[in-house]
Design a protein around this ligand. Structure first.
Ligand SMILES: CC(C)(COP(=O)(O)OP(=O)(O)OC[C@H]1O[C@@H](n2cnc3c(N)ncnc32)[C@H](O)[C@@H]1OP(=O)(O)O)[C@@H](O)C(=O)NCCC(=O)NCCS
Length: 145
């Protein structure tokens, strides 16, 4: 059974382990800072006591929620865990009365692009050489109102 709940400091090592497995660039310290600043919108997915995915979001400016990071452990992908996490953060941002959600995805990450499109996001801009290795970012948006 999957439990979607708020991140707790005890989850930290799990989150960092997932982040290392799925992203090229990582910064563990960001996640503790994230928890200190935005505990309400840092969510994890737990199965049998294991953390298998997380989503970290925050209110960027007035009316706008931003998804900072969303990831599912490679062994647990394609089981709707990513969708459950995304639906939860969308729900939380709606409760905060935000108008839209933005995020960025690496240009080559077609799977994530399709994943977000299936949830109603669309590309509204390209940020050139956004990442450290100069890959472009696809800026995507979901309208909530
Ligand atoms: C993007 C990501 C979060 C999606 O998580 P996920 O748990 O695999 O997502 P879901 O299971 O809800 O849906 C993903 C896919 O599984 C498929 N799927 C889910 N359950 C399924 C089932 N029971 N049978 C068949 N297909 C299924 C979905 O159609 C979807 O298709 P896709 O492979 O073309 O994307 C995950 O792939 C990931 O962590 N990627 C690396 C990090 C990343 O890119 N993050 C996004 C940028 S911030």
């Amino acid at each position: 059974m999957i439990i979607i709940r708020k991140f707790q400091p005890i989850d930290f090592q799990w989150v960092i382990d997932i982040e290392r497995r799925v992203f090229n660039e990582h910064d563990p310290y960001l996640y503790m800072q994230f928890y200190e600043n935005y505990p309400e919108t840092f969510i994890v997915a737990e199965i049998n006591g294991f953390i298998v995915g997380y989503v970290a979001g925050f209110q960027a400016v007035e009316g706008v929620g931003r998804i900072f990071s969303l990831a599912v452990h490679p062994l647990y992908q394609r089981r709707r865990i990513g969708s459950s996490l995304l639906n939860e953060i969308i729900h939380l941002f709606k409760e905060m009365h935000l108008d839209e959600i933005i995020l960025e995805v690496r240009w080559g990450n077609i799977r994530a692009k399709k994943f977000y499109e299936r949830h109603g996001f669309f590309q509204y801009e390209i940020a050139e050489k956004y990442y450290n290795d100069a890959e472009n970012a696809r800026l995507m948006k979901l309208r909530l109102s």
